[in-house]
Every structure is written in structure tokens, then in C-alpha cells.
Design a protein around this ligand. Structure first.
Ligand code: PEP
Ligand code: MG
Length: 589
């Protein structure tokens, strides 16, 4: 193993799942599952005794806690099971452990929290590298002990991660979408996360924010101590901890290359998305927050194809009231100008939980009371939401879209709620656009298969391939343990997409695609060949997709589709699509 930049610890390279492309280089800010931030902080000499005192108090309190646990476990479950806590007690009481930490505080002037975390990380690292499976398993115990002692050291003094003073790379077990929105965006360079999949909402958010991210890294949080240098290579799904000088140099060169191609792509901004044989494709943007609409339009979008309004409900302690919502929607509409903006009604649930929803947890949240189902069970809240959207519709080309539709009754009930709210607004003499188009996401296999029924009831379809893939393949999109099975190019998903596009075309109903697939150049030829003429994606992805569109002919894309439909397996499809993309743009992958 190469020695890392600090020369102290070895360089470690880990492979995870690609979540957001680009390279970030910076010191780690490690958040554990309880959101503690453990910064590398030095203290002046006079504070050394106080920090040692804090450490000793925390070790003592932890030991007592574990002792109580051991006794209670022995009483209830027997001595054998209780031995696990005896081991914890022994480690916490280990004089050598204390001496190393105290040495770190005295010699390096570290805080007790940082010095303790550093040593626990080192122990975990050593245990993970032994061959004996029993000892390997003890990493979990060390992790447990670390959390316990750390809780006592830090007490209630948690760090505020919404305001940082220096650039950092966030290393965390998981971050919720609401945390991701509230991070100090100026100083967060990128994310390295233990769990999650490429279309989990944390990954989507990182992409939206333009921050490189790698997810599904297993236990990256125990490989890194706060302050250690980290490189995130979001393009290849790699994280390097303690990189050596050559590795840093290589990645800095990559950053410079990325910047140059960004400038080159920016020049495409004003150019139309037209194929070589003259077919125009409409490229729209996905946004999460109202202010993003402005930068989305600046990146060359011809409107907003998906506004994920639920993020408005995720950031605060309380649910936003009608005025809060109206202000946000109006802001987004204002930034979009005369171009269309599709406001999706709140898609809460699964990995997007609002604090007010926390009281009840579904066993299977992805299949539970979420999204439109939740709205139809909480009609008061839904009506307020619709009222705010309708009021905003007076200011621009607003469309309403319902997520997660699975049956006709749901759609009809949702639509009739919109009409009821329209009547209320009329009575109150409040302006709105009466003929605003109402559409639906096609993101469940049921909706795709019944497209010919739904098509009679809506003004447009938008294919939500993130969920459509999840539900068709029965693969949780946020679960890193099955992420190798998550494939939007699976023949089953492609056939459903094709069916929806054909149905829409026959009925003259617009079909858009707003899943992450839309922004991935590897799928551009496939989607065009399948018949899509409208794609909605993260604003950042627009230039690259536009570049591909301008290089292909529709005829060629249709040939690609014919070939793809003959493959039985998603691996073959992916390899074939990769080769075709390389033919037209060798730099694309
Ligand atoms: C989708 O499911 O493809 C989609 C666009 O919606 P979300 O990612 O918000 O679930
Ligand atoms: Mg969805």
C-alpha cells in the first residue's frame, strides 16, 4: 500500500456506486449516523487538562452504562449473551487505549473528541484487516463503543453543519434529502456515503447541486477520520482516503480537464437540440427548490419538466402553509418566465419523509402510504397544496402532475380535488388558470400497462423511470445491497417505456421522460429511437445530452432500438449502448 499524503496512514481506495460525476478533493468532514461532526481541531496548551478530564469523565460514564447493560442482559437473557458487554467494558477500561488518546491530546493538542475518534478509527481499521472472521466482526463492537463514548464527550454540543468555515468533503453513513438541502453548499465539495443507490434521492440531490458523490461505500465512515484528505471520483464511483502525491496530481489534472469540457459544453447553451436529420428534441430541467429554476433556465432548458415540490416540505420543522408554498411556486414560475413549468404534487414518503409523517412508519415504505396515496388520505393538506399551485398558475405556463398513480380511481379523485379547489378559488375571486394541463407520472408498472386507459384522462404522461425500474424489477432504488440489479435498461423496463410512448403517440398525448435516465448520455440514442421527443433532467446534464442529440440521426437511433429489443439481457444492452455512444463521442464515457 502506498503511504498517504500525511505519510502517517496508508492510502485507501474504495469502490462504490456512481451517484454524481466529477472530482472533489478536500479534508473529510465525518458525520456519524447521529449527525455528530468531529472536526480536526487543535486547542491551546492551557485547555489540555480540561480535555483529558472530559475524556476521563466520558470513559467512566460509558463504562457504568455498559456495566448496567451487562447486568440487565445477564438477568434477562443469560450470562453468555451478556459477555458481549463484558468485552465492551474491557475495551473502554483499557489503560492503553486511554494512554494513546491522552498522548494525542497532549502531543498534538487535539480535542478529546477528535483524538478519541482518531484512535477508534485506527483500531477499526486494524481489525478489519485481520483474516480471523471473529475478530473482523468485532469492528461493529468498536463502532458501538465509539458512538457511546463520543455521545458522552460531545454531550449536547453538536456542531452546526449548515454553516461551515472551510471547504470539506462530507463522509457519512447516510444523509437524508432534507439534510442534503440544508448543507452549507458553498463549502461542501462532495459526498461519500455508506449506503444508497444511484437513484436514491440523496444521489439525485447531489447531482442537482453539482457535487461529486459516491454512494454504497459500505463502511467508509470508519475508514476516514475527520480532517483526513479525501478524493471523491464521482465519475467512476471511487473514493481515495489519504491519497499519495501522485494520486492527488492525477485527480487535479482530471479536475482541470472537467472544467475545460464544461466550458466547451457551455457553448452549446444557445444551440438547439436538433438531430442531424432535423428533428427537434425538447430538453427540460428537473428542479427541487424554487430558486433552482433560474440556473436551470440559464443552462439552456426550455422549461421545467419536473418540479419536485416535496423538498419544500422536507427542510423545515413545520409543514409550509399555503402562503409559504405559494411564494415558492411563484418564485419558480417567475424564473421560468413564459416557458412551461410542470409542478408535481408532493411526492412524500419512502426516502423523503417529512418530520410530521414520522409518527408512523410503514414496514415497507416504498410500497406504503406515500405520494399521491398520502395526499388522498390527507385531503386538507392536499387541498392547501393544490390551492397554492393553482394560485401560482396565474403567473405563467403551469402544469400539474400527479406522482405514483397506480389506479384510475386515484387519478380521478386527485383530478376532482383539483376541480373542487378551482371552484373555491373562483368563489373567493382569486386568479388561476382554469385550463391548465393536468398530467401524471407513469412510474408504476400498473400505470404503464394501463396507459391506454389513463391516456384518455390526462393531458400528458411523464415517465418516471427511477421508480418504474424499482417497481418493475422489485429492486429498492436506495438499497446498495441490490444496486447491481438496478437497471433502467432491463428489457422489461424498456418494453414498458415503449408501450407508454406508443400509447401516447396514438392518442396524441405528449410523453416526457423525467427519470435519471434522461440525463445519462448512454441512454440518449435509445430514448430517441423509442420515440421520445421530450426529456427532462438535472440542468447540469442538459449540455452533454444536447451534444449527443446534435451528433446523431433519428434513423440511427431507431436502428439502435431494433437491435436493443433483440437482446435478452441487460448486460448485453448496456455494453451495446456504450459501444454505440463511443462510436459517436469517444469522450462521452
Ligand atoms: C422517477 O421516479 O423517475 C422520478 C422522476 O421521480 P422521483 O425520482 O422523484 O421519484
Ligand atoms: Mg418517482
Amino acid at each position: 500500500m502506498a503511504a498517504g499524503a500525511a505519510g502517517l496512514w496508508p492510502m485507501i481506495q474504495k469502490k462504490g456506486t456512481i451517484a454524481s460525476p466529477g472530482v472533489a478533493i478536500g479534508p473529510a468532514l465525518v458525520l456519524d449516523t447521529e449527525e455528530y461532526r468531529i472536526p480536526r481541531r487543535t486547542i491551546d496548551a492551557t485547555r489540555v487538562p480540561a480535555q483529558i478530564h472530559i475524556l476521563d469523565d466520558a470513559l467512566k460514564a460509558s463504562r457504568e452504562e455498559v456495566r448496567e447493560l451487562r447486568l440487565a442482559t445477564a438477568r434477562q437473557l443469560g450470562d453468555k449473551i451478556a459477555t458481549i458487554f463484558a468485552l465492551h467494558e474491557e475495551i473502554i477500561a483499557d489503560k492503553k487505549l486511554r494512554d494513546v488518546v491522552v498522548g494525542n491530546i497532549e502531543n498534538n493538542r487535539y480535542t478529546a473528541a477528535y483524538a478519541f475518534g482518531l484512535q477508534m478509527n485506527e483500531l477499526q481499521r486494524r481489525f478489519r484487516n485481520v483474516a480471523d472472521p471473529y475478530l473482523k466482526e468485532r469492528v461493529r463492537d468498536l463502532f458501538d463503543i465509539e458512538k457511546r463514548v463520543m455521545r458522552h464527550i460531545l454531550g449536547r454540543a453538536r456542531e452546526d453543519i449548515t454553516r461551515l468555515t472551510e471547504p470539506v468533503v462530507v463522509v457519512a453513513h447516510d444523509i437524508t434529502p432534507s439534510q442534503a438541502v440544508s448543507f452549507d453548499q458553498e463549502h461542501v465539495l462532495g459526498f461519500a456515503i455508506n449506503v444508497g443507490g444511484s437513484t436514491s434521492h440523496t444521489a439525485i440531490l447531489a447531482r442537482m447541486l453539482g457535487k461529486p458523490a459516491v454512494v454504497a461505500l459500505n463502511d467508509i465512515t470508519s475508514d476516514v477520520a475527520g480532517g483526513e484528505p479525501v478524493i471523491i471520483d464521482g465519475t467512476h464511483g471511487i473514493v481515495v482516503v489519504n491519497p499519495d502525491p501522485e494520486t492527488i496530481e492525477r485527480y487535479q489534472a482530471q479536475q482541470a480537464k472537467d472544467r475545460a469540457s464544461e466550458i466547451e459544453l457551455r457553448e452549446l447553451r444557445e444551440l438547439p437540440a436538433v438531430t442531424q436529420d432535423g428533428h427537434t428534441i425538447t430538453l427540460l430541467a428537473n428542479i427541487e427548490l424554487s430558486n433552482e429554476a433560474r440556473s436551470a433556465m440559464d443552462s439552456g432548458a426550455e422549461g421545467i419538466g419536473l418540479y419536485r415540490t416535496e423538498f419544500l416540505f422536507l427542510s423545515g420543522e413545520r409543514a409550509p402553509n399555503e402562503e409559504d408554498q405559494y411564494e415558492a411556486f411563484r418564485t419558480a414560475v417567475r424564473h421560468t418566465g413564459t416557458k412551461p413549468i410542470t409542478i408535481r404534487t408532493m411526492d412524500l414518503g419512502a426516502d423523503k419523509m417529512m418530520s410530521a409523517m414520522g409518527a408512523h412508519h410503514d414496514h415497507n415504505p416504498v410500497l406504503g402510504l406515500r405520494s399521491l396515496r398520502y395526499c388522498l388520505k390527507n385531503l386538507g393538506m392536499f387541498r392547501t397544496h393544490l390551492r397554492a399551485i393553482l394560485r401560482a398558475s396565474a403567473h405563467g405556463d403551469v402544469r400539474i402532475m400527479f406522482p405514483m398513480v397506480t389506479n384510475l380511481m386515484e387519478l380521478r379523485q386527485a383530478k376532482s380535488t383539483v376541480f373542487d379547489v378551482m371552484e373555491d378559488l373562483e368563489e373567493d375571486e382569486i386568479a388561476f388558470r382554469r385550463d391548465l394541463p393536468i398530467g401524471m407520472m407513469v412510474e408504476t408498472p400498473a400505470a404503464a400497462m394501463l396507459a391506454s386507459i389513463f391516456v384518455k384522462e390526462v393531458a400528458f404522461f411523464s415517465l418516471g423511470t427511477n421508480d418504474l425500474t424499482q417497481y418493475t424489477l422489485a429492486v429498492d432504488r436506495a438499497n446498495e445491497r441490490v444496486s447491481d440489479l438496478y437497471a433502467p435498461h432491463n428489457p422489461a423496463v424498456i418494453r414498458l417505456i415503449r408501450q407508454v410512448i406508443r400509447t401516447g403517440r396514438r392518442a396524441d398525448v405528449t410523453v416526457n421522460l423525467c427519470g435519471e435516465m434522461a440525463g445519462a448520455p448512454i441512454y440518449t440514442m435509445l430514448l430517441l429511437g423509442l420515440g421520445l421527443r421530450q426529456l427532462s433532467m438535472a440542468p447540469k446534464d442538459i449540455p452533454e445530452v444536447k451534444k449527443i442529440i446534435r451528433l446523431v440521426t433519428l434513423r440511427k437511433c431507431e436502428t439502435v432500438v431494433q437491435k436493443v429489443l433483440r437482446f435478452d439481457d441487460d448486460r448485453q444492452i448496456l455494453n451495446y449502448l456504450r459501444d454505440r455512444l463511443r462510436d459517436i463521442d469517444p469522450d462521452a464515457i
